[in-house]
Design a protein around this ligand. Structure first.
Ligand code: SF4
Ligand code: SF4
Length: 315
């Protein structure tokens, strides 16, 4: 092992932003014209993943909109990890049928999450019953609805299972991240006191995990991020950088140590940006991730891990 990040508990990988749907709340601008990467990029990224992982969640966009690429990725992941990493698929379920489900199971997917059971998606949850029958016909257990949060549900055994959920006004999947189409459609959550960073999908635990929350990073296409919303610039490029080296590098920075605690309000303290200033800007910008964008744009350089200029706070 080169460093402690040669093992990661959870990797969330959006390998495509191509999607059959085009939801208003989509945080990464997925849709029929969504961004894609090449098959070579995908294989290069897999080469640069840590040598050990507990689970890998393949997501999009809609992974089944790029079925050939998905199958290639699954084969490469199986070759790299054998059966030691749980392979999970997050899908809107629209394109799933019996033939595809059989192939996915054969290629090693053991967990299916239908992330579209809500009013925002085109099918508005209308396929749920049909999908339930499909999973049942293949012996896929539907009793474990929520394995994404609790470690004991995924870290030690991989029974075939599926679950479903969707966006709500309040939840982390809601029309609320200040990103992508949610931003352009002006349905992002304007609540300065809501700290996305401190909940699953935020940066909390991305270096050290937590008692109940997995140590999870997100890779958006090739961009290595501490969270799903994504920092203003990525931490690294998984096509060319070893993910474990990138995490080792940022783990030394007090800024990222605060993000690991889910505390973007204090991330500038080591360079003289006070928490009081951060809270003031959050309240003006109305969203903690927009404060984070401002911080990395004006105060801190992600590449050199240094402050951009002499710290200056106005409160
Ligand atoms: S929210 Fe999901 S289903 Fe909707 S456009 Fe985005 S990736 Fe596609
Ligand atoms: S505050 Fe920054 S690091 Fe935290 S979830 Fe938002 S964008 Fe990610």
């Amino acid at each position: 092992m080169n460093n402690k990040f040669d093992h990661i508990e959870s990797i969330y990988w959006v390998f495509t932003q191509l999607c059959n749907d085009k939801c208003d709340h989509c945080y990464n601008l997925s849709g029929p014209q969504g961004a894609r990467i090449t098959e070579k990029d995908c294989l290069d990224i897999i080469q640069h993943l840590p040598s050990s992982a507990d689970r890998i969640i393949l997501s999009g966009g809609e992974p089944l909109a790029e079925k050939k690429k998905l199958y290639l990725i699954l084969d490469a992941l199986k070759e790299k990890y054998g059966t030691s990493a749980q392979l999970m698929l997050q899908t809107n379920g629209d394109l799933l049928n019996g033939e595809i489900l059989d192939i996915l199971i054969e290629k090693g997917v053991t967990r299916f999450d239908i992330a579209s059971i809500d009013r925002y998606h085109k099918a508005a949850g209308g396929r749920l019953e049909e999908l339930a029958k499909l999973f049942e016909s293949r012996g896929v257990n539907g009793d474990e609805k929520d394995p994404l949060v609790r470690k004991e549900n995924y870290l030690h055994s991989f029974p075939l299972s599926w679950g479903y959920w969707g966006a709500t006004e309040d939840m982390w999947l809601g029309g609320n991240w200040a990103r992508g189409r949610a931003m352009t459609k002006k349905i992002w959550k304007k609540d300065p006191d809501h700290n996305f960073c401190a909940i699953l999908s935020g940066a909390i635990g991305f270096l050290n995990g937590g008692e109940n929350i997995p140590q999870e990073i997100s890779i958006q296409l090739w961009k290595i991020n501490p969270c799903c919303p994504g920092t203003k610039e990525p931490l690294g490029d998984a096509r060319v950088d070893d993910v474990s080296d990138v995490l080792e590098r940022v783990s030394k920075s007090p800024v990222f140590q605060q993000l690991d605690k889910g505390n973007p309000y204090a991330m500038g303290e080591s360079i003289g940006i006070t928490e009081a200033h951060a809270r003031k800007r959050c309240s003006e910008l109305k969203n903690v991730c927009l404060w984070c964008d401002e911080f990395f744009e004006h105060h801190f350089d992600i590449k050199s891990l240094r402050g951009k200029k002499k710290a200056k706070t106005s409160n």
